[in-house]
Design a protein around this ligand. Structure first.
Ligand SMILES: [Zn+2]
Length: 304
């Protein structure tokens, strides 16, 4: 079944899928601020914090999680033979010269927009931008996957304690390998066992694209993909607990997630998910089973 409006459009909500759970770090976790530490800071490299409930608490920014998912998606999509871009500004598939249009995709699309041909501009984006730009966003196009900031909150929304540690590192010159004189620095990290609430919302994604997200979530849970800095030192391993997967919208029929485009395949979650208030929802082990059904669609889909 093909939709009259392509799924990468925001004009129509074909479906909304929500993945929720908790990220629990199994090894030290470090998400930095990417800025100089404030004067008088006890550590040189503090973890990023936000003001929440009158306190300054460590968290994992949604942008960090999105970065982890997109960079892993690049590898998985390329392994599948798909041409996808890095997503880095100035080097997206929108910036590449398109032999088809004799200019970059972005310029061609902008010309259509200037002429007032919004549907035409959109069709070109849908047909020619890479899958990851459609999923995660591209210059002048909003993506369809949104990662909320992951705060240390429990099931009732109450703040959880985040145990912090500090390690001393030695600054090494990357070029010569020599130790900088007097170059000890303090690195702050989240001790293992902290819990951060994960919420991923995806609109309109076909089953194969939900399957790509599912595959990355499983890789994260199994330790193949890590979050934050110092990954080479074993930091950033997280598992996913209390997983739930919910989906609603016109492309959900009973327990079935209908195909969203001509390359998509229907998935039936009978026995795994229940209807509730207009939503189809699976929890715990059944949520993982539901996601692995979607992952199979990604694995089998001929997209290249
Ligand atoms: Zn792209």
């Amino acid at each position: 079944m093909s939709q009259p409006v392509p799924w990468s459009s925001h004009r129509l909500l074909l479906r909304l899928a929500v993945i929720e759970g908790w990220l629990v770090n199994e090894t030290p976790l470090r998400v930095g601020t990417g800025r100089e530490p404030p004067l008088g800071s006890a550590v040189d490299l503090a973890v990023i914090r936000i003001h929440l409930g009158g306190r300054s608490v460590p968290y994992i920014p949604g942008s960090s999680l999105k970065g982890v998912f997109r960079s892993t998606a690049i590898q998985l999509a390329r392994a599948k033979g798909l041409t996808v871009c890095s997503g880095l500004s100035g080097d997206t598939c929108m910036d590449w010269e398109s032999p088809k249009y004799g200019t970059s995709l972005l310029k061609f699309i902008q010309e259509r927009q200037r002429e007032g041909d919004e549907p035409g501009a959109f069709r070109v984006f849908h047909e020619d931008a890479c899958l990851l730009c459609k999923m995660f966003g591209a210059p002048s196009f909003t993506g369809h996957v949104e990662f909320s900031d992951a705060y240390p909150l429990d099931e009732k929304g109450q703040l959880l304690e985040v145990p912090l540690g500090v390690r001393t590192g030695i600054a090494i010159d990357r070029r010569t390998g020599a130790v900088y004189r007097g170059a000890l620095y303090q690195v702050e990290f989240v001790e293992p066992g902290a819990r951060f609430k994960l919420t991923v919302r995806a609109t309109n994604l076909p089953n194969y694209a939900l399957g790509l997200l599912a595959k990355i979530l499983k890789m994260l849970h199994e330790g193949w993909v890590r979050v934050g800095g110092f990954k080479t030192r074993g930091f950033g391993e997280v598992r996913v607990e209390n997983l739930s997967f919910s989906v609603t919208g016109g492309t959900v029929s009973g327990t079935k997630l209908l195909a969203v485009d001509e390359r998509d395949v229907e998935v039936d979650l009978a026995g795994l998910a229940q209807r509730y208030d207009g939503w189809l929802k699976a929890s715990g082990d059944n949520a993982w089973r539901a996601l692995s059904k979607l992952e199979e669609v990604w694995d089998r889909a001929a997209l290249a």
